[in-house]
Design a protein around this ligand. Structure first.
Ligand code: SF4
Length: 388
């Protein structure tokens, strides 16, 4: 049996090569790419400006398949969270956060994560596997066209784009799944696909120093660094990767990255942990770290911790978070406190498919999905919600 090529796995150059293998000219690849990424098409027969002979070839050799949706929840504040199946009992979450002038999609790059940050529920699951290009870009493909379908907005470049910003801040460390992540980034930026500006695509890393340098050469997008501590001793305990790439090396990598970055600052994310990293002295250490003799232009984003029982950690009190922010701001550092979104659907930061108890529910839902599929057969189609 021929294995079908999933066209969501191919970047623009690979699609040209693929069309070449089919005996087609390069401009066919552009047409195909527009159908896939601008019109959300998955049916080759709908691609009416492609010759019938090409459509027939594609039908026997290719597919356009994004990860299947297991569940789809919308929060009271409009945040929408999808749980998507990435095979072998693994699932990841994709979260859409609507705001007045933009729509941000938070996507995952790995099922589980090997970095095992102490405050992160995803890390507690351990590492399952890297996502493919199709599974990463497929989250954007699925979300953009699901949102349009829900709102009755036509697909195509003329329809109002729903996702204006992408953040790679979901499950996993993107720089430890480097090639698929960069291929997906290139598709996000490509004018024949999503055409997002580099400034509107942010990759968040826990600090994989050599890959930060590589990203600056291959596909520099906005960079966020999960910092979470003001000195090495503290960070070693919170972000174990720090033992390999300590703060001095990380700050050097940030400075080097800025020479190629689309923005003139790095965003430092800082999860506020009660009594752990939220003291005045920690704020002062941070100021010394980024404003010392060799400064790093940056902004801070303080994230109120979303507690989960296995962490043994609690969220800093709001007045403490505000006082901490004030110390940074008094030193001239732009500082924001992340608004918690989607709390009622467990879509808040650090809860992405990661809550250990939710992991069990993932398995339950997937079991139910299989039962439903068996009951209703292949006509069951796209699963939007499975009651649980
Ligand atoms: S914070 Fe990011 S890098 Fe750390 S364990 Fe969680 S997903 Fe992995």
């Amino acid at each position: 049996m021929t294995t079908l090529t999933n066209l969501l796995d191919l970047d623009p150059a690979q699609l040209v090569a693929y069309c070449g293998e089919l005996g087609e000219k390069p401009f066919r690849a552009k047409q195909l790419q527009r159908w896939i990424h601008q019109f959300g098409a998955s049916d080759f027969d709908a691609m009416t400006d492609l010759a019938k002979s090409l459509r027939d070839k594609l039908k026997t050799r290719a597919t356009i398949t994004a990860p299947a949706i297991i569940s789809d929840h919308t929060s009271a504040d409009g945040t929408r969270k999808w749980l998507v199946d990435v095979g072998n009992g693994n699932a990841v979450e994709t979260v859409y956060i609507p705001e007045e002038n933009r729509g941000t999609l938070c996507i995952s790059t790995q099922a589980g994560c090997a970095v095992n940050c102490r405050f992160c529920s995803t890390g507690k699951q351990g590492f399952n596997r890297n996502l493919s290009v199709g599974e990463i870009i497929g989250q954007l493909w699925m979300a953009e066209f699901e949102l349009r379908r829900t709102k009755g907005i036509a697909p195509g470049p003329k329809g109002e784009r729903q996702i204006t910003n992408v953040v790679m801040m979901g499950m996993g460390e993107p720089l430890l799944n480097y090639e698929p992540t960069v291929t997906a980034l290139k598709l996000m930026l490509d004018d024949n696909a999503y055409g997002l500006s580099r400034r509107r695509v942010t990759l968040s890393t826990s600090g994989v120093v050599p890959m930060i340098d590589k990203l600056s050469q291959d596909c520099p997008v906005a960079l966020a660094v999960s910092l979470h501590a003001s000195n090495d001793a503290l960070r070693d305990g919170l972000v174990p990767l720090n033992r390999k790439y300590p703060l001095r090396e990380l700050m050097d990598a940030c400075r080097r990255y800025l020479a190629f970055a689309p923005r003139d600052f790095i965003t430092f994310e800082y999860c506020m942990l009660d009594g752990v990293n939220d003291g005045d002295q920690h704020a002062r250490e941070l100021i010394a770290l980024v404003q010392g003799s060799n400064p790093v232009p940056c902004k801070f984003n303080l994230i109120p911790f979303n507690p989960f029982p296995e962490s043994g950690l609690t969220r800093s009190q709001n007045p403490r978070i505000k006082a901490f922010a004030q110390i940074l701001m008094d030193a001239g550092i732009v500082t924001t406190i992340r608004k918690t979104r989607g709390d009622d659907i467990d879509a808040a930061c650090g809860q992405l498919a990661g809550e250990v108890k939710d992991r069990t529910r993932v398995q339950e839902r997937m079991k139910k999905m299989t039962e439903y599929q068996e009951k209703f057969g292949k006509d069951f189609g796209r699963i939007v919600e499975i009651s649980s």
